[in-house]
Design a protein around this ligand. Sequence first.
Ligand SMILES: *Cc1c(COP(=O)(O)O)cnc(C)c1O
Length: 363
Amino acid sequence: MSVNYDKFKLKEVINASGKMTILGVSKVSKAVLEAQQFGGEHFFEMSDLSEKIGEYLAKLLSVDDVQIVSSASAGITQSVAAVIGKGSLMHVYHPYSDRIKQKEIILPKGHNVDYGTSVELMVQQGGGQVIEAGYANMCTPEHIEMCVTENTAAILYIKSHHTVQKSMLTVEEAVFVAKKHGVPLIVDAAAEENLFKYTKLGADLVIYSGAKAIEGPSAGMVIGKKPYIPWARLQAKGLGRSMKIGKENILGFTQAVEDYLKNGSEPGESMKKRLVPFIDELNKIDHLEAKMVQDPAGREIYRASVKIMDQPAIEVITALKEKNPAIYTRDYQANHGIIEFDIRAVNDEEMKKIIVRLKEIMA
Ligand SMILES: *Cc1c(COP(=O)(O)O)cnc(C)c1O
């Protein structure tokens, strides 16, 4: 292979931390790589590719239409531009014109979060103006309603663990308010696992990230109703151009969606099976104790939880990252002396490397 870690003096990274943007999020499957290769080796009429793939995915996802974009962030920006421009070509070329008045995007204040960049910046990039509804710790349907004016372009709901979870209106309630006032509802479900739930509840545009739950290549998608999705597609002629996605990733991501719908994520049972020998090996190392734990939020995710004796866990965590390969772990419980290994993106060979390195560190 002409590409490897050495060529560019890069550190190999073993990602036992979960889905992390700073490490590149996901590994993709062989089937996805093959689809990417087909994309890389052939030409397409790009507008044809965008529409036909949209139709194909729309059938799989039981929606009117789907637009593949370069990321969920690009999905937010282009959805906002879509609901403001409503298919106007004049708007596509001049999305930031002062003449546009109906550009307010109502967002629960507790949803105005930073997930690596801010939701507000992505809205502004799409020509929208965020109107925060409610308070940092509370937003009711009434709080949203009192913000609706003739300048409202949409309501935006962020479904994510990043947001304030308590005393926030539900997606169902947001749908109800949006319908009552005849404004579209955009749901950012970037990292969510259920690709049907929010459109079924009645959201008009729902946004997913390509490399999170779906484990595809760098991409995103906006799924939902006509005419909104075609309006989002139109943005490729305007502000969408600077966030263009290539043909390789359109095809690779489509394959990833198909595989995800067929197989879902790795089942809990499979994770448990892969963890047993790993935990056995861990327990042979001095000064630590390993056991299997389930995700505290109750998801079907199992991890190795390792209690470090006789030294602060943070020293071990730092040492794990220092050498090549750099090993990244889940560190939320480090101050209790516990390091967690999330093996969703770790294969058998990498587990062996983790054991070798831990033995060195603990010796
Ligand atoms: C990760 C995330 C995004 C951004 O996804 P990208 O595909 O990386 O742009 C947007 N919103 C939420 C809630 C996220 O968790």
